[in-house]
Design a protein around this ligand. Structure first.
Ligand SMILES: N[C@@H](CCC[C@H](N)C(=O)O)C(=O)O
Length: 286
């Protein structure tokens, strides 16, 4: 059997790895949508396409299930790092990856390669860099009108854009009812990932997530970095925070404007595309 794809999850946030060094496969928007479809395809919260070797860099491309390309993904980076170790590309404890959202530094924390620490890069609250429309400003506790509510949102970029909304309680219902409206709000020209944040104490936060291009997900690494950074900026938490999500927990450390994320990865499956499925995919490729 040849292996066309690998599937992993990080706290229930599942990704399919497609390695262009193995599969010569043109990933059109429609092909991505079909592969990620939970009824007509394999099903996942996204596709990790790589490694792409350019000079001494290892590039990773990250796709959402709607076919859009994301600049960064925290769980995606840990999953892809696990794949690089599993596939024998990486034999060192530390290495760098290049994403559209910048360079990240990865550390493999255990011999089984199930736990990773990632330097996710720097956070910015500057509206032009996220981006958020309107006059250039720091987007900390800004008004966000949605339906007949005016929410208080803190927006930031850690390579990809996030909008964090603190509240006294969070739930899946809240994320599902407001997520798509906020993702596609006119304030956010590149759309946005949304986190509903409840501060449990100064070292623990709970979040519910609505991901740009993916919808409701059980966990998100960049969302964990964003929610912890927003809570820290608002003075609600310390610089080390455990982020609780429906799928599990991630540890975040904030050092100046840099954010470090520590969390696990689990392998799920590896497999071959069936002939029927390949014919469907071929029809979707130009
Ligand atoms: N699940 C991810 C985030 C994936 C990208 C995101 N949907 C976007 O469009 O920016 C994570 O773990 O960070």
């Amino acid at each position: 059997m040849t292996t066309d794809f690998y599937k992993y999850h990080a706290l229930g946030n599942d990704y399919i790895v497609i390695d262009p060094n193995i599969v010569n496969f043109n990933l059109s928007e429609k092909a991505i949508q079909l592969i990620c479809d939970r009824n007509f395809g394999i099903g996942s919260d996204g596709i990790l396409y790589g490694p792409i070797f350019t000079g001494d860099k290892i590039e990773l491309r990250i796709f959402n299930p709607d076919g859009s390309e994301a600049e960064k993904s925290g769980n995606g980076i840990r999953i892809f790092s696990r794949y690089l170790v599993d596939a024998g590309y990486i034999k060192t404890k530390t290495f760098q990856l290049t994403t559209l959202g910048g360079e990240v530094a990865v550390e493999v924390l255990n011999p089984e390669a199930t736990l990773f620490k990632v330097d996710m890069g720097t956070v910015t609250f500057e509206s032009e860099l996220i981006p958020v429309t309107g006059s250039p400003r720091q987007t900390v506790a800004i008004d966000l009108p949605v339906n007949d509510l005016t929410l208080k949102a803190t927006c930031l970029s850690i390579g990809n854009p996030h909008c964090v909304i603190p509240g006294s309680e969070v739930s899946q219902e809240l994320a599902v009812s407001l997520g798509a409206k906020i993702e596609n709000h006119p304030l956010f020209p590149k759309r946005i990932n949304v986190q509903f944040l409840q501060v449990l104490d100064r070292q623990n936060i709970q979040i519910e997530i609505w991901e740009r291009g993916a919808g409701y997900t059980l966990a998100s690494g960049s969302s964990s970095c964003a929610a912890a950074s927003a809570a820290y900026k608002l003075g609600l938490v310390d610089d080390r925070v455990k982020v609780h999500m429906p799928g599990g927990e991630i540890d975040i450390e904030i050092v100046g404007d840099r954010v470090f994320m520590t969390g696990g990865v689990s392998a799920v499956a590896q497999g071959e595309f069936a002939k029927d499925f390949l014919s469907c995919l071929n029809l979707l490729i130009d």
